[in-house]
Design a protein around this ligand. Sequence first.
Ligand code: FUB
Length: 332
Amino acid sequence: MLRNLLSSLLPTAARLTGLLLAASPALAQTAAPTPAPGGNPIIKTKYTADPAALVQGGTVYLYTGHDVAPAPQERYEMHEWLCFSSKDMVNWTEHPVPLKVSDFTWAKDDAWASQVVARNGKFYWYAAVEHATVRGKAIGVAVADNPTGPFKDARGTALITNDMTKATGISWDDIDPTVIIDKSGQAYLFWGNTACYYARLKPNMTELDGPIQTVQGLPRFTEAPWVHEHGGWYYLSYATEFPEKIAYAMSRRLDGPWQYKGLLNEIAGNSNTNHQAIIDFKGKSYFIYHNGGLNEKGSSYRRSVCIDYLNYNKNGTIQRVRMTTEGVQAAK
Ligand code: FUB
């Protein structure tokens, strides 16, 4: 009797829900199923670009840019950076927006590529933006007591402005910062477009400690340097040519000389940029990058972060990355 009553009511309830969803797109959005975790791209709810990752104990923090250009707009629109964390590289939790261009009062727009590094219990976020008064791109540094922020401008001025670098005549050569601290505690900032620059940082992480130099030995360097250490080698990976592939060089010292080793990753599908972060976590190595593959509107200006495995050879060289739809398995 009760079963009969329920089954006679069910079609009515389903119709009613359908009518309500059609009448209210907002309700339809709320009712949409949460995409299952796993597979590439890893973030399925918004467009993410220019990944940088930081390992802190058993947690990986992923920092990304946020593409918000509406389709079919074919130019970047990026006003803030995003932060996600995971304990297994598959299940990601999004945190409240930790840093926006407007947190740098001297900046105009363009929340381009960035990286967060930890030192002495603080977290320093180096980020590329368009400067409001000095022509061209610039690099700022924000600081927080926690990897998820909130971050605040650590200087009140840009750390790098376009008038400080002279190797190219372009106004966007001061982008894509990456920072590494060597075993002696010396921090180095690398960055660039067309020319790859580097400089030492003071222990306070917010001031240069010496001249800006240009890295030699990186053929067809476009942008997106990422410097990491593994097994006693330093690796400088970077975007090469355009549309971009990822290449890399190795050295025993951060001052070089760097020895070019070839390509790591091919063109990332329908994205003309290809921006990588490389980390070790729970015994495996990961290549984190972006493509334009989230949905039919994905493109060079609506990008999405993906993760695949990175494998080293015995002599320290790195095997080509295999970009996959399946992505990585949960790390244990
Ligand atoms: O996201 C804007 C720019 O596109 C980045 O700074 C570059 O690395 C490229 O990914």
